[in-house]
Design a protein around this ligand. Sequence first.
Ligand code: C8R
Length: 261
Amino acid sequence: GRRDPPAVLLQWKGRGSTDNLKEIMLGRCFTYTEMVNPELRKDCLKIWETFKNAFISKNPCNITEQDYQPLMELAAHPILCNKTLLWSKTNELAHKYTKVQGNFLTLEDTLLGYMADGLTWCGNPSSSEMNYQSCPHWRECANNPSSVYWKMASRAFAEAACGVVHVMLNGSISQPFGNSSIFGSVEVHHLNPKKVHLMKIWVMHNIGGQPSDSCSGSSIKELKSIIEGRNIAFSCEDDHRAVQLIQCVGNPEEPACRVCR
Ligand code: C8R
């Protein structure tokens, strides 16, 4: 079966396309357009076909932005002002938080992010099938189908932001702001200063762990100068309490989590 391929077919180092990719993505598209955001009128079958055409029968190391352009246009939809939450290296915490605090939207709360979250996909030039055996790891080639997709979806999400933009960063790693992350290399540079007037950073630290960097560290200072240089006001807060309370669910006895701290 396809779960146990002959070793000779494992041409790439990354995981192969997710089994039942079509059913999962179509199902997510219908769930999104019927239940999550029911005002949205989208043709999910057409979206699936357009998605597939971006990478099927193509070299998975040579995917271009043009390949995904038709999908980006088809799947675009408006995003409310002041609700955007960006993140870097805080995937799990950011999404736990938005699930509880319904007033924020991450890219996964838009159609493009919702459909693709956690999935893998690629094709190859010699067939019109998905490659279920292996797909290029981003270290093998940057222009692989998922990296180009996330880059483009993230750029569109940043371009659509307006009002105040919040960002959750990880203060338990040495560089909470990494200028080669998607946040640092794509989103920061595609916020529109005519629409976005303030970026509010939350630097979160693992409860009970050693903080590695904070709002006063050099990494955040670099981000501050980039943002202010783009004429967007900047603020930073360590361990925003509402987010910390989410971390406290799993660590109620830690000093930071006690009611009388
Ligand atoms: N964003 C980027 N990548 C995303 C993503 C998303 O919303 N959702 C998923 N699952 N991924 P990181 P970063 C996957 O290094 O590079 C947007 C992709 O495989 O912790 O700064 C989002 O709006 C991708 O390669 O963060 C957010 O603000 C990794 O997760 C930034 O971009 C990226 O994880 C986060 O991108």
